[in-house]
Design a protein around this ligand. Sequence first.
Ligand code: PMP
Length: 416
Amino acid sequence: MDIFEKLRVNLGPLGQHSKEAHGYFAFPKLEGEIHPRMRFRGKEVLTWSLNNYIGLANHPEVRKADAQAAADYGMAYPMGARMMSGQTAKHEELEQKLADFVGKPAGYLLNYGYQGIMSIIDAIVDRRDVVVYDAECHASIMDGIFLHKAKGGKSYVFPHNDMERARKMLRFAQAKTEETGGGILLITEGVFGMSGDLGKLDELVALKKDFNFRFLVDDAHGFGTMGKTGAGTGEHFGVQDGIDLYFSTFAKSMAGIGAFVATDEDIINMLAYNMRSQIFAKSLPMPMTIGALKRLELLQTKPELKEKLWHIVNKLQAGLIDAGFNIGNTQSPVTPVLMSGQVPEAGNLIMDLRENYGVFCSGVVYPVVPKGVILLRLIPTADHTDEDVEYTIKAFSACKEKLDAGAYRSNTLGKF
Ligand code: PMP
């Protein structure tokens, strides 16, 4: 069979809907400066789908630092991978500052979180080791585990946040490693990005009393939003010391590109020489590095940004609950709104919100959530206002009423 012919008929689980979805539900173009008010198809929309949690993306000091670094260095410097010719003192400074902030001895930058965490997993476990992980871990973690399996390594998954099963999987892992002579790596997330609930980091760390394992936490959504100083979900639970490898991306609170891992100094040294996606890829450009230093400085010195975020989070979540919405189990800024309805209804609901109420949020349906569930996901930020929250809850209430009355049942999108 010709590969291209196969691809033309099978666009994959997400691609199969591309004809109806492209440019609207998938790959929408939000235009204008990053802000709660942006343009979508020529009209201003109130945007709730950007992970710019503490409003750094467009902060004037960030914009200035980014522009100055681009003027001073261009977008290319340093050329080459870190190991070959891409090392700078600024990269090292950022690594140390990030590590100090999250309370670890050393840190290492990663070009993208996705490849970074894959390579962390790939580099630290060999075929004798066993990975135990939460079933709702991000695709990047899953891909890291696939690499482990490809080398003949074993893994055990526990249902999301199910501590009894986590313990059971650790027991299996322990039995396996007694056979192989390997060790155990436990992986979960600080904040789960779809549901907003937290990994039970305190209970998982407590399992160290009974099992010998190393603990890797992906805190993509927790860094900058959780904990007293914003150092993340480990800080929130008071168990940062029990996290052996702390990972976060710059794609959310840090409003940039890149990521980092923080752990013991000798382990960082080992990772620097063994993470394939970093050894064989170009170093982060200087504007990203200097820009991240500025973002980290603001994140640490302007607690009012996180306070403002949480003011909006609390107002939005309390308001939605008061209006009768089900927001699941969130304990973080990520705000899911769960409704009942079928796939075409979800499309019409999202369209009505965008076209007639000017509210832009993302939604997911089966197979991401169970059949008959519509999940709309709101990401509050420090840039939103009280009025934005009030308006959005009113718009959601109006659309929910229409949904319940069957107004969105038409199979023809936009007919409601
Ligand atoms: N982990 C989690 C939990 C994420 O949500 C993401 C997506 N940003 C990543 C890893 C990958 O990070 P990046 O966007 O930096 O590749």
